[in-house]
Design a protein around this ligand. Structure first.
Ligand SMILES: [Zn+2]
Length: 147
């Protein structure tokens, strides 16, 4: 099947080992009648710091506990999904489908944020058991966090 353009654009910024998992997640969910897209993926350290400021020193609600260099999103090993109506016209910030997609992701070997204490249902990551510090070092030295 063809992955929608928005998802594909985001998936292309991910680590090469994570890209096929993100595509398989969409394909499997689609086969189950769920319209899911990858709506966020790689973030620069600056972008992460801006997100961290939200709800703290900037208006809005707190959406992350990670500063720049402290999130899997900064290394191309994490992505966020969104659930959409069948015609893609409506985005659902909350939906029971997030949990269904979470189970699919876990079956593919992804870690799902829906299991965390700081619950983050749209979030998936793949880090081969590496710590954040290990990912950061590999990413900063080689550009490939999973090398
Ligand atoms: Zn995320």
């Amino acid at each position: 099947m063809v992955i929608d353009q928005r998802s594909e654009r985001n998936i292309k910024t991910l680590n090469p080992k994570v890209q096929p998992l993100a595509r398989a997640l969409i394909e499997t969910a689609t086969a189950q009648g769920i319209n899911v897209k990858v709506i966020a993926s790689l973030r620069t350290y600056d972008e992460q710091n801006a997100l961290y400021a939200q709800g703290r020193t900037k208006p809005g609600r707190i959406v992350t506990k990670a500063k720049g260099g402290q999130s899997n999103h900064n290394f191309g090993t994490a992505f966020d999904v969104g659930i959409f109506s069948a015609d893609s016209q409506k985005y659902f910030g909350e939906s029971p489908d997030y949990a269904k997609v979470g189970v699919i992701g876990e079956s593919l070997g992804l870690e799902w944020g829906g299991r965390w204490k700081f619950v983050d249902e749209p979030h998936f990551q793949f880090n081969q058991g590496r710590s954040l510090a290990q990912l950061r070092t590999a990413y900063e030295q080689t550009g490939d966090a999973l090398a």
